[in-house]
Design a protein around this ligand. Structure first.
Ligand code: PLP
Length: 395
């Protein structure tokens, strides 16, 4: 089969909800992918921050295959070993008390929203259910997480959206305080707004938000769907911001390619969602959590230090290109945003694909790089060479 044949049959039968690039991928190894015609691509996208420990990772593939052969699924009415192991690794590494497993980032954020509203209702009674989120945020595509998402572009078509979300500008503490009336139960935010343009929040701002929330018993909820699981050079980004949230969501990189997500809660919230209040058929599925355990065991302190160093290297190399199209390079670890001028980020990503480099867009003018965390310097250099020729034509 050629890439062209595959694209044709896919487009005939799969709904056109995605603006896909004309690239059909067949297999991969490390941070390199191959299409059906044998063309190689360096991957600076990792399936949008998902394939955290690389394509064809032998330890992951064996653990997943062994688990598939032993026990694929039993429902959450019974106990399984991989879910227990993955939850223990997440809790002991973060200091948070308990995990709930779901299947995606949006669903994980839905869980955080239910957690906050139920905690508040149990503690204070009705009327305290509003959640503050940030403009430029992104929290998912369900009707409720679209309402939580602060970017106006997502508030179309699907009315009526879920009530009870107020969006405030990132970095503006006074605006956040002004929005926190007696009806507010939680603040939900991304420490680095990923889809919104790879925009890190200032540590001073977020620490002041955390202190304010604590004073009012407003829960601080972090959406670490994109920043979590080693992406920024620590298991979760909050570790680099000098605070601990009341709860956080994760997904994307947790199982390096299997559909798993979830949320972690602090001790005092660990009993809020009791039996019958929250559930999902596939959550904590043994195959997904077996993959997650391998990911979590791979992300040692030494490994995470390398993530920081590789991110720094990419950052410096892009700045050293002196491209007239680059106005800023920002982010943390291997979550890199390259802010562009006089060049469309969408056209650039399409062109990079043709040249053999997979990358992403974010916001209105940012090129976003989220390579597998296991990417080698050789693969980084191969990708940067392509990026240089696109950003600095004629040099
Ligand atoms: N939250 C953040 C910060 C995200 O970046 C994303 C996806 O890009 C989501 C939530 C939604 O995750 P999913 O697509 O797995 O539902």
């Amino acid at each position: 089969m050629t890439s062209k044949d595959l694209i044709q049959s896919h487009d005939q039968y799969v709904m056109g909800t995605y603006g896909r690039y004309p690239i059909a991928l067949s297999h991969g190894t490390g941070a390199t992918l191959y299409d059906f015609d044998g063309k190689a691509y360096t991957d600076f996208a990792s399936g949008i921050g998902v394939v955290s420990i690389g394509y064809g990772n032998p330890t992951w593939a064996k653990a997943v295959a062994d688990q598939a052969g032993r026990l694929a699924h039993v429902s959450n009415l019974y106990y399984t070993e991989p879910a227990a192991k993955a939850a223990e690794l997440l809790c002991t590494r973060t200091g948070l008390a308990k995990a709930f497993f779901s299947n995606s980032g949006a669903e994980s954020n839905e869980g955080l929203i239910k957690l906050a509203r139920k905690y508040s209702h149990d503690t204070y009674g009705p009327g305290r259910s509003t959640i503050i989120t940030l403009q430029d945020s992104f929290h998912g595509r369900t009707v409720t997480t679209l309402a939580a998402t602060g970017q106006d572009v997502f508030h179309q078509h699907f009315y009526p959206f879920t009530e009870g979300f107020v969006h405030v500008p990132a970095g503006d503490l006074d605006a956040l305080k002004a929005a926190c009336g007696d009806d507010v139960c939680a603040v939900l935010l991304e420490l680095i707004q990923g889809e919104g343009g790879v925009r890190p929040l200032e540590p001073d701002y977020i620490q002041a938000v955390a202190a304010f929330c604590k004073e009012r018993d407003i829960l601080l909820l972090l959406d670490e769907v994109q920043t979590g699981i080693g992406r920024t050079g620590s298991l979760f980004a909050f570790e680099q911001y000098g605070l601990t949230p009341d709860a956080l969501s994760f997904a994307k990189g947790i199982a390096s390619g299997l559909p798993l997500g979830g949320f972690l809660v602090s001790e005092r919230l660990s009993g809020v969602l009791g039996p019958g209040t929250h559930a999902t058929t596939f959550g904590g599925n043994p195959i997904g959590t077996a993959g997650a355990a391998v990911v979590l065991e791979t992300l040692t302190d030494a490994f995470l230090q390398e993530v920081k160093e590789k991110g720094q290297y990419i950052h410096e190399q892009i700045l050293a290109m002196n491209s007239p199209h680059v106005t800023d390079v920002r982010g943390l670890g291997l979550m890199v945003g390259v802010v562009l001028q006089d060049m469309s980020h969408r056209e650039l990503v399409a062109k990079l694909g043709e040249m053999g480099l997979l990358a992403l867009v974010a916001g209105t003018s940012t090129l976003r790089l989220l390579p597998p965390l296991t990417i080698t310097y050789k693969e980084i250099d191969a990708g940067l060479a392509i990026l240089r020729s696109a950003l600095c034509p004629g040099t």
